[in-house]
Design a protein around this ligand. Structure first.
Ligand code: SAM
Length: 315
């Protein structure tokens, strides 16, 4: 296991498979990819994940853009799942293309999916995502369940005046599917979207806290809380905005779709190019050094409660 200079262990890698997407969500941060220049081959991603696994990474989250737009998605999942040391490969998807693929994804090694689902009302879903795809998404959720991709998490970004009044409908829907509802606070991209749609999720956390039968703090997931509600519903709240607790407990590193290691979602000024050296024939030792360099560049964007920068020699 490798630790960054704040003593945070690096356990997960979030791999963007493509910058392309078939939806146009009004709030999308595109995984912080500003100007990507191409995509990696499946074997290249396998090699980089192998380097990360060699340093103790055990979980891989495939993302994008929309990862299911990759024509070689089955090969990709199979290759990444079979990297020695990798224990879990999951995917975050808008699920518009999931229904026909869920079963084979499970067969080649995918363990679970997070599905973006901001609204259950067709007109509102279209308003948020730009497309009339709600039915395909709902079919995708059902097929993922049938395939045994479990647990399914439904990602809802809370948006003022758009879907905030649907929160309890989504709680009931998630429960009916045996899924976990993950409510995400809108991340600020420095544009008018945040001013217009941002909802502070703290009051919602308080409401959930007073209503829940049980609250569990998940240390392995940025200290986020999981609320077990009466009747069996499960809700997680992700509060990445101005939350030093979120940064203190961040165990993640990212690989952009064009082959750069990205130490933090919120920053793009400290990327480490790994695909260039890999394509020029770099050996494993060099790739490992690049990975460790990216880990060393991890800085808590919103500060980090309870952790402080360690002197270099203590790494
Ligand atoms: N297309 C895939 C999907 O829909 O899951 C993967 C990429 S998408 C960027 C990954 C997740 O980030 C989605 O659940 C989405 O809702 C969330 N997301 C995107 N922009 C966000 C923002 N500005 N604030 C909070 N969450 C955001």
């Amino acid at each position: 296991m490798v630790y960054d200079r704040y003593g945070r262990p690096i356990r997960d890698i979030r791999v963007s498979l493509t910058h392309r997407c078939n939806l146009r969500c009004i709030y999308c941060h595109g995984e912080g990819e500003l100007d990507p220049s191409g995509e990696l081959e499946a074997y290249e991603i396998e090699r980089i994940v192998g380097v990360a696994a060699g340093e103790g990474i055990r979980r891989v989250k495939l993302t994008g853009g929309e990862p299911l737009l990759r024509r070689d998605i089955f090969e990709l999942v199979e290759r990444v799942s079979s990297v020695p040391g990798i224990e879990e490969v999951s995917m975050t998807t808008n699920a518009t293309l999931l229904a026909d693929k869920a079963c084979e994804l499970r067969e080649v090694g995918l363990k679970r999916v997070n599905v973006s689902l901001d609204s259950l009302v067709p007109e509102r879903y279209r308003e948020i995502t730009g497309f009339d795809e709600l039915n395909s998404v709902l079919r995708g959720v059902d097929e993922a369940l049938a395939a045994g991709l479990s647990p399914i998490k439904l990602n809802m970004v809370l948006l003022r005046g758009l879907n905030e009044n649907e929160f309890w409908d989504l709680v009931r829907f998630s429960k009916s599917k045996g899924a976990i509802l993950q409510v995400i606070e809108l991340v600020d991209l420095g544009n008018e979207v945040f001013q217009r749609f941002h909802v502070d999720v703290k009051p919602l956390e308080e409401e959930l806290g007073s209503y829940a039968e049980r609250v569990v703090t998940r240390r392995s997931m940025q200290n986020r809380k999981k609320y077990f509600l009466p009747g069996g519903a499960e809700v997680e709240v992700v509060r990445p905005v101005h939350n030093s607790d979120f940064c203190s407990n961040c165990t993640r590193i990212r690989l952009t779709s064009d082959g750069k290691l990205k130490p933090c979602l919120m920053r793009s000024d400290n990327l480490i190019d790994i695909i260039g050296p890999l394509r020029r024939g770099a050996d494993s030792k060099t790739l490992r050094e690049l990975f460790l360099k990216a880990v060393e560049l991890r800085e808590p964007y919103y500060g980090a409660k309870g952790v402080s920068r360690l002197p270099k020699c203590s790494q």
